[in-house]
Design a protein around this ligand. Structure first.
Ligand code: GLN
Length: 306
């Protein structure tokens, strides 16, 4: 497995087409597009990585998997009265579908859906309380107390929040949000600005690969049914309007972020995190996807078989 990861890292280093680093969040535009990392945490407790796998990066929308997990823990299926479970077929920051469905976002992984999930988690609390809860959950599942928010990235998003603010105000106009919009957005941007390395992220995703049990501590994070459902949402919606393409090429539940990371889950096998900052036209990591495609071709770990 280590040889395979080295081979993938070498192949990605040789690629000249690396995509475009997100610049609509100015702070992310400074990230060096040459970086690449891949980490694998297996359900048997093995750890492998190649490239700059201990370098923290902005996990961005990958954080939506963690807030969804917390929201389901707090309110169970009641969450679904305000957030749908269907792929949107629209870009991650699209507003169009909200108008046709009374402000109810299609799924928890598009921005509108993630904003509604944050609102659900807040439950009358201040942003800093919600963020403390989120951070301790992420530190717990990654078994790493050093994980932090990147406050500079969060501030950069807050200063350029018009697009997400319009999604939030639009949903609020339909009575879908309960808290103050700027407080919801401040919480959402900090959530997206969690900085993690591929090593930490692969560890954090492991509970989804082993029926909800965090390894190696053997503590249950969610029920097997909930792990299966979160995986299915990642498969159908985790790459926005390119989710079909990701399923076609990789065939694993996956969640991307505009920081260039992807968390992919091979149920029963392990959790794989990749990072390459350059994005494709859909806002998903160009080489991250390519690396995962190479990984499943060699391991046969796609949920659809070889
Ligand atoms: N924080 C980003 C945003 O709200 C997250 C988008 C993403 O990673 N796809 O625009």
């Amino acid at each position: 497995m280590q040889d395979l990861l080295n081979e993938i890292a070498d192949a990605m280093a040789a690629e000249t087409e690396r995509g475009k680093v997100a610049d609509y969040i100015p702070e992310l535009a400074h990230v060096d597009p040459q970086q690449f990392a891949i980490s694998l945490a297996t359900v048997k407790g093995e750890r492998y990585s190649a490239g700059c796998a201990s370098t923290p990066f902005s996990i961005q929308s990958i954080s939506k998997v963690f807030t969804l997990t917390i929201a389901l823990g707090k309110m169970g299926d009641a969450l679904w009265s305000n957030v749908g479970r269907e792929p949107s077929g629209d870009p991650f920051n699209s507003i169009v579908q909200l108008e046709h469905e009374s402000g109810k976002p299609r799924n928890p992984f598009i921005n509108a859906g993630a904003i509604a999930v944050v609102d659900a988690i807040m439950m009358g609390h201040e942003p800093k309380e919600t963020l403390a809860e989120l951070l301790s959950f992420v530190r717990y599942i990654a078994d790493d107390e050093s994980i932090c928010f990147d406050h500079v990235v969060a501030a950069s998003e807050m200063a350029h929040r018009d697009r997400n603010a319009s999604l939030a105000h639009f949903m609020k106009a339909f009575g879908r949000l309960r808290h103050d919009v700027d407080k919801i957005l401040g919480t959402y941007f900090h959530q997206c600005a969690i900085a993690m390395s591929c090593d930490q992220l692969a560890h954090a995703g492991l509970f989804l690969a082993s029926d909800g049990v965090n390894q190696p501590s053997n503590i249950r994070v969610v029920s097997p049914q909930r792990a299966r459902r979160i995986n299915s949402l990642m498969m159908m919606c985790g790459h926005y309007d390119a989710s079909g393409e990701f399923a076609f090429r990789v065939g694993l539940p996956g969640k991307s972020g505009v920081g260039g990371g992807i968390l992919a889950i091979a149920p029963g096998q392990g959790s794989i995190a990749v990072w390459s900052p350059g994005l494709d036209d859909y806002g998903n990591s160009l080489l991250g996807t390519k690396a995962l495609e190479m990984f499943v071709q060699r391991t046969g770990w796609s949920v659809f078989g070889h």
